[in-house]
Ligand binder design. Sequence first.
Ligand code: FAD
Ligand code: NAD
Length: 490
Amino acid sequence: MATSTEDYDVIVIGGGPAGENAAAYAIAGSDRTAAIIEHELLGGECSYWACMPSKALLRPAEVLAAARAMPGVREAVGDAMLDRRAVFARRDEFTSHHDDSGQRRWATSAGIEVIHGSAALTGERTVELSTGGHGDPPTRTLRARHAVVLATGTIASIPPVPGLREALPWISRDATNLREVPERVAIIGGGVVATECATWMLALGVRELTLIVRGSALLASAEPFAGELVAESLRASGATVLFGTSPGAVRREQPRDTGEGRIHGGPVTITLDGSEPGEITVDEVIVAAGRHPATSGLGLAAVGLSDGRTPTDDRLAVTGVPGEWLYAVGDVNGRAALTHMGKYQGRVCGDVIAARAEGRALDGARFTASADHAQVPQVVFTSPEVASVGRTEHAARADGIDVETVEIDIAVAGSSLARDDFAGRAKLVIDRGTDTLVGATFVGTEVAELVHAATVAVVGAVPMESLWHAVPSYPTVSEVWLRLLEARRG
Ligand SMILES: Cc1cc2nc3c(=O)[nH]c(=O)nc-3n(C[C@H](O)[C@H](O)[C@H](O)COP(=O)(O)OP(=O)(O)OC[C@H]3O[C@@H](n4cnc5c(N)ncnc54)[C@H](O)[C@@H]3O)c2cc1C
Ligand SMILES: NC(=O)c1ccc[n+]([C@@H]2O[C@H](COP(=O)([O-])OP(=O)(O)OC[C@H]3O[C@@H](n4cnc5c(N)ncnc54)[C@H](O)[C@@H]3O)[C@@H](O)[C@H]2O)c1
C-alpha cells in the first residue's frame, strides 16, 4: 500500500490518560497541531479496563458495608447481597460500554486529531503507522516538528509457569469486565490488583477465593500494617491467603476463549510450591503479577533504545536520545505507574514542549516532574482502604533520612459517628532534620479522602509545628491528624 507523509507539531503514541494530557497541554492556546495515535480505545487502560471499572465494582460493596455498620440502616438493608446485574450495569456505564466516542469528541474540541492505528518510531521525529495490527505494512508516515511523546502504558505480565498461559487465565481486563462470577477463584499475586480484585470478587459472591502470594506480605511496598490489616479483612470475608507460595504448574480442562470476563473453560488445577494443600482446583485463575512497559513493536531500536525501557529526565525527555524531541509519559516510563501521576507527567511534558516550541526558558516549578520521586500519593481501594503519600519508614531510612514516626489507631469522634465499625491505623514519617512530613499512611474505611491533606503537607514541606495550627473540624475523620500530633508530643 502507498504511504503518505504528514507533518504535525506534536505526535503522541498512545491515547491513555497520560498521552491525552500531554497532547492537550502541548498545544493549548496555540495554533500548533497534535495527533494522538491509538490502536484500541481513546482513554486507555484506565477508562475501560482498570481504574474506572474496578472502582465501579468496589464502591457498591463499600456502600453496602457502610449500611450494615449503621443501626437503623442495617435493619432496612437486612442480609441482602449486591444485585450483580445492577452493579455490572453501572460498571458498564462508567466504561461507556467500551465506546470511546465521548473521548474523541473531547479530543476534537481540544484541537487534537485522533488517528486509529499502531505506531512505531522509524528515526528522529518520524513515526510509521499501521492501521491493521503490529507487523502489518505501514500505511502512513508522520513527522513531528517539535516532539514525539511515548505514552503506550503497560501490559499485564504472565509468569512463566508451566501450563499457565495455555490455561487462558484471566488478567485484570477480565476481572474488571467480568460478566460471569466464578464460584472458586485463585489469584496469583499479592499487590494492588490482587487485593482490590479479591475484595470485589468476594463482595460479588465468589464462594472460595485463594490468594497465592510468593512473598510474606500483601501490598509489600506499603507500611507493613497496611498489608496485615488487608489480609486480616480478606480472611474475615472468607479468603484463604497463602504466603510464601508460588504456582508450580497449571492444568485446565478444555480451555476455551469465551471472551473477556467470561469463564475460560473447565476447572483449573494449580500445583502450589511452598504451601499445604499442595494443589487447588478452581473455576478461574486470575493473574495479577505486575505489568511491563508496552514497547514491543514501538521501534525503540530505531532511536538507539534497545532494552524496552524509556527512562526520562524530570522534563520527561527520554534520556540517551539527543535533540530534545522524544518524551515518555505515564506507565511506560516506569516513574510512578498511576493514572494521576501519568496525567501529572502529561501536564509537565506538555508545558515543556509548548515552552520549547515557543523558545521560552523552562523557568518555574511547572516544568519539572518533581513529585514523581518521593511525593506520590496512592489509594488502594480495598476494605479497609490504604491511602498513602511519600515514603514509608523503610523507604525513608533506605534513603538515608533520619526519621521519627508516630503510629496510632484511628477511631476518633468523627470516625465513630461515620460508622460503628470504623477501625484502622495511621502513621506519619517525619524527617527529624527539617521537622517536616516525608510520608503518611492511613488504613481504614473511607480514608481515601484523608490523604490529600498529607500530600499538601509533604509537597509543601509544611513544618510539623505549623500543622498544629491546621485544626481539624469536629466531628470529622480528619481529627486523626490532631491525635497523631498529640501522640507525637507524647
Ligand atoms: C486493574 C487496575 C486498576 C487500576 N486502578 C487504578 C486506580 O484506581 N488509580 C490509579 O491511579 N491507577 C490505577 N491503575 C493504573 C492505571 O490504569 C495506569 O497507571 C494508567 O492507565 C496509565 O496510563 P497511561 O496513559 O500511561 O497508559 P494506558 O492507560 O495503558 O494507555 C496507553 C494507551 O496506548 C495505546 N498503545 C500502546 N501501544 C501503542 C502503539 N504502538 N500504537 C498506538 N497505541 C498504542 C494502548 O492501546 C492504550 O490505550 C490501575 C491498573 C489496573 C491494571
Ligand atoms: N488503586 C490503585 O492505585 C491501583 C489499583 C490497581 C493497580 N494499580 C497499579 O497497577 C500496577 C500493576 O498492579 P499489580 O498488582 O499487577 O502489580 P504489583 O507490582 O503491585 O504486584 C504484583 C504482585 O505479583 C507478585 N508477582 C510478581 N511476579 C510474580 C511471579 N512470577 N510469580 C508469583 N507472583 C509474582 C508480586 O510479588 C506482587 O505481589 C501497579 O503499578 C499498581 O500501582 C493501582
